[in-house]
Ligand binder design. Structure first.
Ligand code: ZN
Ligand code: ZN
Length: 349
């Protein structure tokens, strides 16, 4: 099999040839049809996440070079291990990539994506920038019938990131307001999942008037231009003191501050975006405002199944997906780094 692999961090990917693996036990071998390229692949390729202020979070130590990235994997089951019973050869599936050790308390509680000994496809394990990929257990293989090929792959990271963040919201009543901060691809999916999950008023905020217009078209009840300093005052008036919960899909200093200021006492801010930076808050404001600030990282396997059901029911409009030959993997990473890609690129071996 051939893979487009990181041989040296930050350098162009190289085509490497290895023996196509034989699935053992509960493993499933996929012949890859599409593999999404995510912004976090850029960071993995660089070897670090930028934490702002000149600080870096290195990722190189967890990679086994040469490493095959790609965690939005779609493919056809071509071979199964002897213990696999529920997956049929020939079926077209996506692979849940956020796999844990399976043994620790976190994994046993179903939150494998938070495991401290992860075996994530495309990160610790070889991923989708290849002809074939081994999935460690058939339970991570999910059918995507009813979802367009190529698009289905993208739900395993960008879709799940949006959905998982909204699933963190607690006690949202129909009289509440919630806010979607940041209307890029993931934020727009968040807006649509919010409409599918909640009956409350859904607000959206961004600095780009075109994106605000798009959010209105996608069903936002009201939109706010965060570059307008008076917009927060209007939001607080419109909501009678703030929203119950905000999902910040940007994760920058200014958006987190805006999100906090928009959220009412006892409310919740869930930070999803990885833009970077740092922010300060006086400690007494935690008890005095009773607001909580938390983070969200993708979602667990059960949430993934729930999300796919909503997508199959047509509750979420497809994001723009463009297909490229896998040979263009390095170019795609460069384009993502430059910000010149709208929607998602999926690679085809
Ligand atoms: Zn990703
Ligand atoms: Zn674990």
């Amino acid at each position: 099999m051939k893979s487009e692999a990181i041989v040296e961090l930050g350098k162009p990917l190289q085509t490497i040839e290895t023996e196509t693996p034989e699935p053992k036990g509960n493993e499933v071998l996929l012949k890859i049809t599409h593999s999404g390229v995510c912004h976090s692949d850029v960071h993995i390729h660089d070897g670090y996440f930028d934490l702002g202020g000149g600080n870096k979070l290195p990722v190189g130590a967890m990679l086994n070079l040469p490493h095959t990235m790609g965690h939005e994997i779609e493919g056809e089951v071509v071979s199964i291990g002897p213990e696999v019973t529920e997956v049929e050869i020939g079926s077209h599936v996506v692979a849940y990539p956020w796999i844990g050790c399976g043994e620790c308390a976190t994994c046993k509680a179903g939150d494998e994506h938070y495991c401290n000994a992860p075996r994530q496809l495309g990160i610790q394990l070889p991923g989708g920038f290849a002809d074939y990929c081994i999935v460690p257990d058939s339970k991570y293989v999910l059918d995507y019938e009813g979802i367009r090929p190529g698009l289905a792959a993208t739900y395993m990271c960008s879709g799940l990131t949006a959905f998982g963040a909204l699933k963190k919201f607690v006690n949202i009543s129909d009289d509440d307001h919630i806010l979607i901060m940041g209307l890029g691809g993931v934020g727009m999916m968040g807006l649509q999942f919010a409409r599918a999950l909640f009956n409350c008023k859904i607000l959206a905020a961004d600095i780009d008037p075109n994106k605000l217009q798009a959010a209105k078209g996608a069903g936002a009840d009201e939109v706010y231009d965060t570059s307008d300093e008076l917009s927060i005052k209007k939001l607080l008036e419109d909501t009678g003191g703030g929203v119950k919960a905000t999902a910040d899909f940007v994760g920058a200093e200014k958006t987190v501050q805006y999100s906090l200021d928009s959220t009412k006492k006892g409310g919740q801010v869930v930070v999803v975006g990885l833009f970077g930076g740092a922010f300060q808050m006086p400690i007494p404001m935690f008890p005095l405002s009773a607001k909580s600030i938390g983070g969200s990282f993708v979602g667990n396997l059960e949430e993934t199944k729930e999300m796919l059901e909503l997508v199959k029911q047509g509750k979420v409009d497809p994001i723009p997906v463009s297909k490229r030959d896998i040979k263009e993997a390095t170019q795609t990473l460069d384009d993502l780094r430059d910000g010149s890609i709208t929607g998602r690129v999926v690679l085809q071996p």
